[in-house]
Write a protein that binds this ligand. Sequence first.
Ligand SMILES: NC(=O)c1ccc[n+]([C@@H]2O[C@H](COP(=O)([O-])OP(=O)(O)OC[C@H]3O[C@@H](n4cnc5c(N)ncnc54)[C@H](OP(=O)(O)O)[C@@H]3O)[C@@H](O)[C@H]2O)c1
Length: 252
Amino acid sequence: MKNKIAFITGASRGLGKDMALNLAKEGVTILFTYHSNQNKADEVITEIEALGVKAKAFVYHANNPLSGRELLAEVTAFLQKENGHPNFDFLINNAGTGLNKTIEQTQAIDFDEMFQIHLKSVYFLTQAAIPYINQGGSIVNISSGLTRFSFPGASAYAIMKGGVEVFTRYLAKELGDRKIRSNVVAPGAIATDFGNGANRDNEAKRTIIKNITALGRVGEAEDVGGVVAFLCSEKANWINGQRIEVSGGMLL
Ligand SMILES: NC(=O)c1ccc[n+]([C@@H]2O[C@H](COP(=O)([O-])OP(=O)(O)OC[C@H]3O[C@@H](n4cnc5c(N)ncnc54)[C@H](OP(=O)(O)O)[C@@H]3O)[C@@H](O)[C@H]2O)c1
């Protein structure tokens, strides 16, 4: 995938970082965002540059309704300056935070935050990006296993991810004439910092996850990034409008 450019939100850590590294290993230039962890973003740039690939990080606050459009303006201005044109090939909507509250505990402010970070920001960042995605490009939206199965405390978060899955099918339909494919990757429980690191650090939760996963362990970030890179590649050129769950077979 030489001469291709990916733009990934939230790649300073966790799943996004592994997506960035997997795409960089294929020679893809990486533009990515972080929220506040500049040191981690710098580490990712160093790792990508060690592969002989260019990388650049941008700040993104998905909870600010205007920041998606501002971010895209910054990214496309950077590309225009670097390459003489503002376009890129792959958009990966990954950034996000969790919420662990039952329906009874969820306040309107919690719901609005999940809506803004996981659904509205994805919708409008993608809208701003569409004119700049090259013909034959690919959009990958990160959802969650929690849209297929349910755990108490995840309703507001999972509802927004469900919306992202519907949005993805509409993207696939509306962008098909430009040969841009749109797909969802829905990870199961993965051991990252997400959710206060519970999938990595909470042994009781880890035991439950192992017991309900056909492959018998908790997922790692390294289980996911390669799937996203595959979906961006030509090997996946007939996969469009699909949801691919990457969970080791949770709750089959
Ligand atoms: N881990 C799981 O079990 C799991 C399962 C299913 C789906 N997912 C989804 O996978 C995606 C990535 O999760 P992860 O596990 O990699 O999480 P993570 O390790 O906590 O990383 C989150 C990433 O998003 C950025 N970020 C955090 N808050 C943000 C905000 N308000 N605005 C913009 N960027 C923000 C972070 O930047 P900083 O480093 O600067 O903070 C970081 O790059 C999320 O959409 C999540 O819902 C995760």
